[in-house]
Design a protein. Structure first.
Lengths: 304, 255
């Protein structure tokens, strides 16, 4: 029985080391039911280790994890039946055809013929219908990725973890996948996403954890996280090859093809002050744009 | 049927489907190899006196060859399945599934028994054209088949668990399985050996598997059928305990 009040995932004091490398240094957080949650971090941050521990592929040195209240070690059968994981690596079983593989996968989770219509629906939704009776080894990388997604969802798990599902896939699959996941989420499924495409996380996730060096650096709603950045950006294109006054040089964040981006700290560097400095220096402006910080700016700031 | 039972049966079915999809490799090829052994040895040693009165050398050879092929295929089925899944990376599908160590153990071992049975029956039928053999003690034959194939299936599972690449499995086969199988009295009776090698043969668990299986056909063996059953049964229990410990603790499987 699943406690209706339990979180989708509870991570409590999870530690994991590989020799002298501390991959996870005591991670604590919870993901409430129905959330679209982003787990972000640079390579080596500990995301995949954490997901592997949740999925039962790796043993934690300390701490515990529960899926909808079921401990992933002590009550692993219940926990795993409630969980679907799309692994990062493009793995497949070469002995089977697509539909065969999905039916086998459903069987592992105790599901029989009752999920066959759902399997056919997923094949349809993921544009795999014409590949249903094709051997796994004959599929392209993108098609294999679609099958991996279907495999994770075959037993209709209420909690789904997508470990970089769009790595190396084309735009069409990305769209198909996000549309499909948004629908499942709307039906109440909890989705946990790790990705290096931060615009995806910003668009899809309602809450985000940023992991770095095995620690949680930030854990907030996406909106709060975006507000947290005390900067905004001003893009200038100066007329007649004009040079930026020395007083503004310290604010330059980037420069490319004649466009200068200044990073302005809210309250400390008002935009009007920049314009005043330019006017005083006799520099004319050809074009001007402002940009609010996005998740990538916050990510860079937190994991620097 | 409970979800756990469905999971177990699915894994068993998948393991059977795996070897079934490459039947030419998994059943036909070993049967042909064993028949070639039979052809060559029966021709070369046809004049040799048999170990048992009233049993020709070719008749003596057949049960041992069947059992040797069964053992090699039981080992190959579990070990190759596991190492392929490890190397291809698709073992994660099983590791993430709600399957416990007993389901893993039961499904892999039973699938190996199915393949072994297929190999044994095919060989038996094929050899009927050369030497028609009667079965003297069907229960003993069945018990020795199940226990012996079970032993090698479990050892194959252990080999698959501890191995990280195909070379490791090949080392198990070349340095453990094949020497013990060839020196187990398949091609001769251990009574024909010098005393030292006669004694050494009695420490080889495969000897009891071959001898006990042969008893099923002739009602006679180099040692008592009970001793063969005890050795093989003891070996099966010990190997199974080690294998289950590995599966329960996640030895070499969980990082």
């Amino acid at each position: 029985m699943t406690n209706p009040l339990s979180n989708a995932i509870d991570v409590v004091g999870v530690r994991k080391s590989y020799g002298s490398l501390q991959a996870l240094k005591g991670i604590d957080f919870s993901i409430p039911r129905g959330e679209f949650f982003g787990l972000l971090g640079p390579n080596g941050a500990g995301k995949s280790t954490l997901i592997s521990i949740i999925a039962g592929l790796v043993q934690a040195d300390a701490g515990r994890i529960a899926v909808l209240g079921h401990d992933t070690v002590g009550d692993f059968r219940a926990a795993r039946r409630l969980l679907g994981v799309v692994p990062q690596e493009l793995v497949f079983d070469p002995f089977f055809k697509v539909r065969e593989m999905l039916r086998i996968q459903a069987g592992y989770y105790g599901s029989g013929r009752e999920v066959w219509p759902w399997i056919d629906e997923m094949l349809e939704r993921l544009d795999l219908s014409d590949k249903a009776d094709v051997s796994m080894r004959a599929l392209s990388g993108g098609m294999k990725r679609r099958v991996l997604i279907a495999q994770a969802l075959v037993h209709k798990p209420p909690v789904v973890i997508l470990d970089e599902p769009t790595a190396g896939v084309d735009v069409e699959l990305r769209r198909t996948l996000w549309q499909f996941m948004a629908e499942l989420h709307a039906q109440g499924q909890t989705v946990v996403l790790t990705t290096h495409y931060l615009e995806e996380a910003q668009e899809m996730c309602s809450r985000i954890a940023i992991l770095d060096h095995g620690e949680v650096k930030a854990l907030e709603s996406t909106r709060q996280l975006l507000k947290r950045h005390p900067f905004r950006f001003l893009r200038l294109k100066l007329a007649n090859g004009g040079r930026l006054p020395d007083a503004l040089q310290m604010l330059v964040a980037s420069e490319s093809e004649g466009t200068i981006e200044l990073k302005l700290e809210t309250g400390k560097h008002p935009i009007a002050g920049v314009f005043d400095a330019l006017r005083d220096a006799g520099v004319a402006i050809e074009d001007v744009q402002t940009r609010d910080p996005d998740l990538e700016d916050i990510f860079v700031e937190l994991t620097r | 049927m409970s979800p756990d039972q469905i999971g177990f049966l699915t894994l068993l079915k998948k393991e059977v489907m795996r070897f079934w999809s490459v039947l030419a490799q998994t059943v036909t090829a070993p049967v042909i190899t064993a028949l070639l052994y039979l052809l060559v040895f029966a021709q070369a040693l046809s004049g040799r006196a048999s170990a048992y009165e009233g049993v020709s050398y070719t008749e003596f050879l057949v049960p041992g060859l069947i059992m040797m092929t069964v053992m090699q295929n039981a080992f190959a089925n579990t070990s190759s399945s596991l190492i392929q899944s490890k190397i291809m990376g698709n073992l994660v599908f099983l590791q993430m599934a709600p399957l416990g160590p007993w389901e893993w153990f039961g499904a892999y071992v039973l699938a190996a028994l199915v393949r072994s049975l297929l190999v044994a029956v095919t060989m038996f039928v094929a050899t009927l054209f050369f030497v028609p053999l009667a079965i003297h003690a069907p229960l003993a034959l069945l018990a020795m088949f199940v226990l012996s194939a079970g032993c090698l299936a479990v050892i194959g599972l252990i080999a698959g668990i501890v191995s990280q690449k195909f070379d490791h499995i090949a080392a198990f086969t070349n340095f453990f399985i094949n020497p013990l199988a060839f020196l187990s009295g398949v091609f001769y009776s251990v009574h024909a050996l010098p005393k030292f090698w006669y004694m050494v043969s009695h420490l080889n668990p495969f000897f009891y598997m071959i001898d006990g299986f042969r008893y099923g056909f002739f009602g006679r063996g180099d040692v008592s059928i009970w001793l063969s059953l005890a050795w093989t049964g003891g070996f099966f229990v010990t190997a199974s305990a080690v294998c289950l410990w590995m599966l329960i603790t996640g030895y070499k499987m969980k990082r």
